[in-house]
Design a protein around this ligand. Sequence first.
Ligand code: PLP
Length: 355
Amino acid sequence: MRIDGEERLAFCSNDYLGLANDPRLAAAMHRGVDDYGVGAGAAHLINGHFTPHQRLEEELADWLGVDAARLFSTGYMANLGVVGALVGRGDTVLADRLNHASLVDAAQLSGARLSRYRHNDMADLERRLATARGERLILTDGVFSMDGDVAPLAELVALADRFDAWLVVDEAHAFGVLGHQGRGSFEAAGIVPGERVLRVGTLGKAFGTAGAFVAGAAEPLEVLLQRARTYLFTTAQPPAVAEASRAALAIVRDEDGRRQRLEALIRTFREGVAALAGFEPMPSSTPIQPLVVGDSDRALALAEQLAGQGLMVPAIRPPTVPRGSARLRITFSAVHTDEHLASLLAALDTLQAGG
Ligand SMILES: Cc1ncc(COP(=O)(O)O)c(C=O)c1O
């Protein structure tokens, strides 16, 4: 990146597969503009739903092996839409405490009671499910955005089945990255999601474009069409963006080499950090590799020192993360080179040397 005229090597993007600048996506978007113009002009249910939207929804459903997928304009809106469509006043949303802010907002806006269980603590979730009122909806990140760890899906599915609850999993940081053909955390865990599981994906991260989708069984997807307010009452994403996302999906599906490259980067980084004094990698096998520092001021100071060495690594502080757990949030992309990684490790090493 170039910031205020200075080059920085970025380790903070969610463009995990390096697709945001891929010429094939750019060409697809240009074609989309030539064929459909720039804006959708209206909501999907008025006349904003174009052929590229329809094809993208079908191709996403086909890729994941589900009945249907529904496009939203952003992941934030997809989360608000899906939760608000499925539950309301008198119901209960059971949410992991480390969920992304959009999931917290989704639960609050739905009017349902919000019950937050300890991070990945299935005994706590079980206790809360047992006393929950109304329709129950379990809400979790598939890969946690600030920690990089994964949700215990097998146990979540078993609890959802036992208590007849919806399970909504935000796969923003998993689709494209985990599992065969990038199909996400369920595929990586070898679990086939049932009828009461809905998965949310955003297209602005590994897909390199913008927008989002919810994928699942025909019936809840029909409910979204009828009731998701962030689907109904907003302009559809530009059809050219959907064309770019279609090009992205083909690459996500077919170019496993990008995921292998990410795995290699993650492995080398973790080995490298483990050898440095003072930093300890978190239990994450995903491209999100945070280094917890604790104190917010120290995290900021370290981020500034890294910036001084030409690196962009953000200091993430409360309220984005729990108090006392400020961190450097390092993320990798398949287009990072071995030299990029070596510069990062060398810079981290100087931070330690300097205390
Ligand atoms: C876990 C998670 N869910 C949802 C979102 C929101 O997606 P979008 O950027 O498409 O609104 C983000 C971040 O942007 C995220 O990290």
